[in-house]
Design a protein around this ligand. Structure first.
Ligand code: IPE
Ligand code: IPE
Ligand code: MG
Length: 234
């Protein structure tokens, strides 16, 4: 089996990690953010080309103002500091999600980092921030309608090009934190993805466990609707 080209991680369990330790939920988010950087380095060292990180959903705005504000501040700091690293490592950083109602300082750093890394070639980090798959599909439909293309000319390839970013389909989705759901993550891109759910809370998710998941992925039989070892007739 080939090395997965595109891995998605649903970063979950930060709040519970903190609560278990008698800390504030925000402490869990900070611990999660610290873990993210090392993990990204490790994943790219393994030869993965695209890494999509689900870090804030459109639905996460339902949380308290305090928690949402903390997260927005944390994202600004994280992009300003930690991810400067990737600029120099030939890793392109892209973002998926709606801009509204993100604050201006966050949008500014998002735009800066996108611009500064746009020609990088070794890999891609796709931050899904204020991301929801339903909105992504609706936004793609709006773009297609506005492009005046005829309905019968719409193909999968055209639809894909109108998503927030034109990325390969997901090969593997990992969700930490024990929940067995997608929570509106990349529904189009997940069509033939392999899934791996772990109870580990994200701040505790280490590279050793990532390696085990990768070994498990290599043992999966991805048939894409075909039959194993059968030669194609046409
Ligand atoms: C994931 O951790 C981070 C975000 C969704 C922003 P959670 O904050 O969802 O942590 P739990 O699920 O409450 O433990
Ligand atoms: C999913 O986590 C969203 C992100 C990881 C950004 P949630 O904690 O928001 O998901 P639910 O509410 O448990 O489905
Ligand atoms: Mg959660």
């Amino acid at each position: 089996m080939n090395i997965p080209k595109h891995i998605g991680i649903i970063v979950d369990g930060n709040g519970r990690w903190a609560t278990k330790r008698g800390k504030k939920r925000s402490d869990g988010h900070l611990a999660g953010a610290k873990n993210l950087n090392n993990l990204c380095q490790h994943i790219f060292n393994k030869g993965i080309y695209v890494l999509s990180l689900y870090i804030f959903s459109t639905e996460n705005f339902k949380r308290s103002k305090e928690e949402v504000n903390y997260l927005m501040e944390l994202f600004v700091k994280m992009f300003k500091k930690d991810f400067k690293l990737f600029e120099n490592q030939d890793i392109k950083i892209v973002f998926s999600g709606r801009r509204e109602p993100l604050r201006q300082d966050l949008l500014n750093i998002i735009d800066e980092i996108t611009y500064k890394t746009k020609d990088n070639k070794q890999g891609i980090i796709n931050f899904c921030l204020n991301y929801g798959s339903h909105f992504e599909i609706i936004d793609a439909c709006k773009k297609i309608v506005n492009s005046k293309i005829e309905a019968n000319e719409i193909t999968e390839a055209i639809f894909k090009k109108n998503l927030y970013n034109d990325l390969p389909d997901l090969d593997l989705i990992i969700r930490t934190g024990g929940e067995l759901r997608l929570s509106n993550f990349m529904l189009w891109q997940a069509a033939y993805a392999e899934f791996y759910f772990t109870n580990t809370l994200f701040p505790d998710f280490q590279k050793e466990e990532f390696d085990l998941i990768l070994s498990s992925y290599f043992n999966r039989d991805r048939r894409f609707g075909g039959v194993k070892n059968e030669k194609k007739i046409n």
